[in-house]
Design a protein around this ligand. Structure first.
Ligand SMILES: O=C(O)CCC(=O)C(=O)O
Length: 207
């Protein structure tokens, strides 16, 4: 769907995917074209985007995208052996987290933002199964900008699902999805435009 074709008032019905060990729901145009345009422009310009380095098989490599980790102060997060302290909430994002919480029926207190400059930037197979997220986390993923393919595969049954994450779409992954499934955003060399993805998460405050 182009930004022109995406009507400013269209909120398409959610699509529910019946899968073993996972509850996946996609709202295709959860934000309107004008809302996404404004948000993508603002976040791209105003955030402190970093291309983190991680260690893989003993080698230090730059991740193929830029990231910001944001949320409440206790929400530190470990990814590929690197611990990240959160940036404070951007004023546009805390109200959005509340809105998505109302829809998903659970709280969110942090968000990982990924900026893919074009189809060369990507994210490999993984699950959001860090212990601080709990056993059955709900992950809410908001996409802004270029449409990208999103792949899911079950760890043992061979089930696979491919989705197109369009501008303004909201995807929730719930149930035992992070235990039994992995997901990735593959390279797509023909995609020239940028995409911004926000995955809202919840980390329990310390007792
Ligand atoms: O960009 C995407 O849609 C994928 C993001 C993702 O897998 C993650 O943040 O864990």
């Amino acid at each position: 769907m182009t930004r022109q074709a995406q009507s400013d008032n269209c909120k398409a019905d959610p699509q529910h995917f019946l899968l073993p060990d996972a509850a996946i729901t996609l709202w295709p145009a959860w934000l309107s074209a004008s809302e996404t345009m404004l948000l993508q422009t603002k976040l791209t310009a105003e955030l402190n985007w970093r291309q983190e380095q991680i260690r893989i098989y003993g080698k230090t490599v730059k991740i193929p995208r830029r990231q910001v980790w944001m949320g409440e102060p206790h929400c530190s997060y470990q990814y590929s052996g690197v611990r990240f302290a959160p940036e404070p909430w951007h004023p546009a994002l805390q109200p959005l987290a509340v809105k998505i919480s109302e829809l998903a029926g659970c709280p969110f207190n942090c968000v990982l933002l990924n900026l893919y400059a074009n189809g060369q930037d990507h994210m490999g197979w993984h699950a959001d199964n860090e212990p601080e997220l709990g056993e059955t986390p709900v992950i809410a993923s908001l996409s802004l900008g270029a449409t990208r393919r999103f792949d899911l595969k079950h760890r043992t049954s061979g089930h696979q699902l491919q989705l197109q994450l369009e501008n303004g779409s909201l995807l929730t992954m719930a149930g035992q999805c992070q235990q039994y499934w992995q997901h990735r955003l593959p390279k797509q060399s023909r995609v020239a435009a940028a995409r911004l993805n926000l995955t809202f998460r919840y980390i329990k405050p310390p007792a």
